[in-house]
Design a protein around this ligand. Sequence first.
Ligand code: 4AD
Ligand code: MG
Length: 430
Amino acid sequence: MAHTYIEEISQYQGEEVTIKGWLYHKTEKGKLRFLMVRDGTGLVQAVVFQKNVKPEVFEAADRVTQESSLIIKGKVRADERAPGGYELDVSELTIFQLAENYPITPKEHGVAFLMDNRHLWLRSSRQTAILRVRSEIIHACRDFLAERRFTLVDTPIFTPAACEGTTTLFETQYFDQKAYLTQSGQLYSEATCMAFGKVYCFGPTFRAEKSKTRRHLMEFWMVEPEIAWAELDDVMALAEELVSYVVQRVLDRKKEELKRLERDTTLLEKIHPPFPRITYHEAFRILQEAGSETPIGSDFGGTDETVIAEKFDLPVMVHRYPVEVKAFYVQPDPQDLSLALCVDVLAPEGYGEIIGGSQRVHDYHLLLQRLESHHLPREAFEWYLDLRKYGTVPHSGFGMGIERVVAWICGLEHVRETIPFPRMLYRIYP
Ligand code: 4AD
Ligand code: MG
């Protein structure tokens, strides 16, 4: 049977429509039953008036419980007081399935309880708002890169080698061999950019992060552009354009959702290039002035990133970290070989690193040295070394973590709400 989506009912003023959905909420007043119905596209109030319907319809309206699935026929009526501006005058009501006692009620629930019921929690208006923003962010990344003529080239999930250090690898059995779940598609994108020039991969990545923070997941999604002949400055420019495009697109197309999340968008509205650029050493000075005890030469922790980012309204691009704290593939700065040609983009408002990128080592002998000094097995990287034997060129790219961007744009406390089913330390259910 054809039915109408709630988001479209304004087109059917005065007409009879059928909607299919779930009961969100119910109130009653004398001979009236007010059913708040959601269908994924919107919410509408369906009014059942005892005098206008058959006894079994009124009885069903009385009996229907929160989250029961139902089919309603009714006439669309404009009503200023109604959420969305329209109501339905119900003539027929069929309960498809009467829901049992729904565990998530309008009262406050603890996070652990909500996470145990994530499969149901997803139906709440706050969660659907967040995940709609996520969907928009992903589409925005794809559109941005497609407009700039990047080719999407997918990279594998099962890999024989580490990209981002061996301490966070998820090991798995691959028939009679060991394999790892990918930490990043980058190494493969370095191969494909030599075939296509400008590429990106976009997929789930996996890291066995043993620390419990509000910014880390074990499984997260990353968009990773990689460009042949590009140097660090080129990818810094691309990064600030991508971030700005994504933020402005969400502000433009997801106003209702941001309002539902009570997000103050004042700072987001200012997100346009150029972003401030500071070196690792300049960032370190900010930390020292703030009384941080992070030793010089070490990587920044989450708190350090927050302190540095607080100095700016825009995301800040911190470049040229010490070579030792970055991955084996990062090109040293020819001006100062102790520094890496890399960049981290730190989001404002305490959201920390959203992008990590770099120029890659393109020289065969240097790469071989770097693999050795990182104690990485050469056999697993023969194909990667080949790229430096057959027409090597300078090349650069970055990875942007989708969940961190969602958390920032939505103004969320924790990344656990930014992905439908978060994989966290000690949690793989549901
Ligand atoms: O800085 P990372 O480790 O960089 C790379 O993986 C590069 N290979 C990317 C590249 O150059 N193609 O990770 C990139 C981004 C981080 O800035 C962060 O946003 C996100 O991925 N990220 C995580 N997000 C959620 N949970 C985690 N455990 C994350 N680890 C990294
Ligand atoms: Mg990083």
